[in-house]
Ligand binder design. Structure first.
Ligand SMILES: Cc1cc2nc3c(=O)[nH]c(=O)nc-3n(C[C@H](O)[C@H](O)[C@H](O)COP(=O)(O)OP(=O)(O)OC[C@H]3O[C@@H](n4cnc5c(N)ncnc54)[C@H](O)[C@@H]3O)c2cc1C
Length: 226
């Protein structure tokens, strides 16, 4: 059986490798000069750089172990620190309530809290889009300040067209009790975890697993039209 895969990003390459392992004869077609898609690493001014700050993590252990298989031992564990520069201040990303409220100032913060409380009473469960999911979880105000612009710039499409599953995987909910507790006991309350505080990072860049998959595909007889 023959298969043609269009695009040598993480999805196309993973699919190609899995198909080859299932006995398919696979050709991968890539329009750019290198594999890895948005996760590629490349050389620039004598440095190895990534397209964006990539942290690989999945809720599905099968996917995590597939990733580790492709990287081998050549990775380090890195503490996560991502921040959004907004209104001349650095906001932690994923958003942490106390940090966000402190940086926003009293009036904006109150508006976020009120909008969050309103969201708590909204009917939930039918969210289909990223916008609906995040604004139901955090309130429209927090959504519009942090998630909307960032996500639309990152993905290049409106949050109204992004699937809610996308948000479910990436963003943890917000517990108002947790927020109040951390305001009163800032040291003790470290419970509001982000999805992942530490992540594995390939020493030679986020694109390493995909470069390795390209080699595997070639060694197993697949065709790379990159
Ligand atoms: C700045 C930034 C930061 C990110 N951070 C993270 C992160 O921390 N963690 C995380 O999990 N994800 C992150 N992502 C998302 C991650 O990069 C994507 O989810 C992933 O790359 C999607 O893989 P894909 O194979 O579906 O698509 P892509 O990576 O987009 O790959 C698609 C490939 O198909 C090729 N292609 C398209 N059209 C054609 C055609 N007609 N013919 C031939 N080839 C074609 C493209 O050139 C590309 O190589 C980030 C993305 C960006 C931009």
């Amino acid at each position: 059986m023959k298969a043609a895969i269009i695009g040598a990003g993480p999805a196309g390459l993973t699919c190609a490798l899995k198909l080859i392992e299932s006995g398919f004869n696979v050709d991968v077609y890539e329009s750019s000069a290198a594999a890895g898609g948005m996760t590629k690493s490349f050389d620039l001014w004598g440095q190895r750089v990534d397209v964006g700050p990539h942290r690989f993590f999945s809720m599905d252990e099968k996917i995590n172990s597939f990733w580790r298989e492709q990287v081998g031992e050549d990775y380090v564990m890195v503490d996560r620190l991502t921040r959004i520069y907004y209104n001349k201040k650095f906001f932690l990303y994923p958003v942490k309530a106390m940090n966000a409220l402190k940086n926003l100032g009293f009036i904006e913060a109150m508006s976020c809290v009120l909008s969050y409380i309103k969201a708590c009473f909204a009917k939930k469960g039918s969210e289909k889009t990223f916008e609906e999911w995040v604004s139901h979880k955090f309130g429209y105000k927090l959504y519009s300040v942090f998630f909307k612009t960032y996500s639309e710039r990152l993905w290049g499409i409106s949050c109204k067209n992004l699937d809610a599953d996308f948000a479910r995987q990436r963003i943890k909910g917000l517990d108002l009790f947790e927020v109040i507790k951390s305001a009163i006991f800032p040291q003790k309350s470290v419970k509001h975890k982000t999805l992942v505080e530490q992540f594995a990072y390939p020493k030679m860049g986020a694109g390493v697993p995909y470069d390795n998959i390209v080699k595997k595909i070639a060694s197993k007889g697949g065709g790379n039209k990159i």
